[in-house]
Ligand binder design. Structure first.
Ligand SMILES: *Cc1c(COP(=O)(O)O)cnc(C)c1O
Length: 422
């Protein structure tokens, strides 16, 4: 089903498992969303921000040299990574922030793990004149400093969360607490197609612009779409990309999960293709990787955006029914796909998106040359230079960082910054 039931379910997944205190904000939000998404004035406002701020439509690129080399299906790349802030996350951030502003909320809170959702939210809030507070696990704050710096540049307050394992799930708990205490003035802007209803429907709706543009762009070229491929963390880029096609028989829909270093508990973040079980976590029922005590497991992936134990309820349902086929792509396969597309097409995939790219590279040779695959490049790879450089060029990277540290220690730049009034 392409929309949650009235109680927020997709098959047996979804729902809104929240305490009494969050009932009111959730009901308010649901009503505002259902009304605004049919409001011509709101949709015009959304369209204008999409074109002027996000930079939509994003291009669709024929991966000519890659397709020729593989000799099978033709591969097209939906260039979502060219959206402002470098990934698809801005589509949802802008949509929800506009809803919040219409509801009269002055303050936005959000969770972030790697910082990509925090970055998109901070930029959207700056553009729309909303106060922004980003909850982020202390561990993530420490290892994602470039994104923290960017969020602060956009005027957001980044709050390090010291509870629990001090990572994404703890940041979500903290954001939920803030929302419960402050919902009169505050909207909680969830970053993926998960959480309690109506978030999965709302996030899919705002991300469906990816799928609708893709359908139009392929039709304009007179091309059929035989397969769509997307990576899945929480599932927002995939479900938005698939949205127009879910209830049709074709195209085939493929989802790439993080296969990490390989099979085995703790080595990956493969939910549908792995050992996930039914659970209710952070307000919704879905498939989760849980440990023996029923706690959310630690997962592993080279891509921070796919390194998550849960999956959006609609994708979990579509995986169970077989409409979406899931595959686990290992870290090394994703890294190779980054190189392949960079060298052949001049396009650097984000590590997350490279999981989808790697799956497309596997699928194409087995399909006829008259078939077309579209892969969603959910983000661009500039942000990953701190991960890819130590792998591809370890000696040069170490030398660079050492020189940077020495320059900082010399105090020269600090002096320069002071003279600029920083
Ligand atoms: C966050 C992120 C993802 C994973 O999130 P989804 O909700 O599954 O889309 C994928 N790609 C990029 C570039 C991201 O930043």
């Amino acid at each position: 089903m392409n929309k949650a039931s009235d109680t927020g379910f997709f098959g047996r997944c979804g729902g809104k498992y929240v305490g009494e205190i969050l009932r009111q904000p959730i009901d308010q939000l649901e009503q505002a969303f259902r009304t605004l998404i049919r409001d011509a004035d709101f949709l015009a406002e959304l369209d204008a921000v999409r074109s002027d701020f996000i930079g939509r439509p994003t291009p669709l690129l024929y991966a000519e040299r890659t397709s020729d080399a593989l000799g099978g299906a033709r591969i097209f790349i939906k260039m979502e990574g060219l959206a402002h802030t470098g990934a698809h996350k801005i589509n949802n951030a802008v949509g929800q922030a506009l809803i919040a502003r219409r509801m009269g909320k002055k303050r936005i809170i959000a969770e972030t793990g790697a910082g990509q959702h925090g970055l998109a939210t901070a930029a959207a809030c700056a553009k729309l004149g909303l106060e922004c507070r980003i909850y982020m696990g202390e561990v993530d704050v420490r290892r994602q400093q470039p994104n923290v710096a960017a969020m602060e540049m956009y005027g957001a307050t980044v709050v390090p969360v010291a509870a629990g394992s001090r990572i994404l799930k703890d940041a979500i708990n903290e954001a939920m607490r803030d929302w419960a205490a402050n919902f009169e003035t505050t909207h909680y802007l969830i970053g993926s197609a998960l959480g309690p209803a109506p978030f999965p429907d709302m996030v899919r709706t705002f991300q469906s612009v990816i799928g609708r543009e893709t359908e139009r762009q392929m039709a304009e070229r007179g091309k059929s779409i035989d397969a769509l491929v997307a990576c899945v963390g929480g599932g927002s880029n995939a479900i938005g990309f698939f949205e127009p096609f879910i209830e049709r028989e074709k195209p085939d829909l493929y989802a790439a999960e993080a296969g990490g270093t390989g099979p085995g508990r703790g080595n990956n973040a493969a939910r549908m293709g792995g050992d996930a079980v039914d659970g209710i976590v952070q307000g919704y029922k879905s498939r989760f990787l849980l440990d023996d005590d029923g706690q959310v497991s630690t997962t592993r992936s080279i891509s921070a955006g796919l390194d998550y134990a849960g999956i959006g309820p609609q994708l979990a349902d579509l995986g169970s029914s077989g409409r979406v086929q899931f595959s686990a792509i290992r870290d090394d396969e994703a890294l190779r796909a980054v190189q392949t597309f960079a060298r052949n097409e001049g396009v650097m995939f984000a590590l997350e998106s490279a999981h989808a790219g790697a799956l497309a590279l596997k699928l194409a040779p087995a399909m006829g040359a008259d078939k077309n695959i579209v892969v969603n490049m959910s983000g661009r790879g500039d942000k990953d230079i701190f991960i890819t450089s130590p792998i591809f060029r370890p000696a040069e990277w170490r030398e660079f960082l050492t020189a940077e540290l020495e320059r900082l220690a010399s105090g020269k730049d600090i002096h320069d910054a002071k003279s600029m009034g920083a």
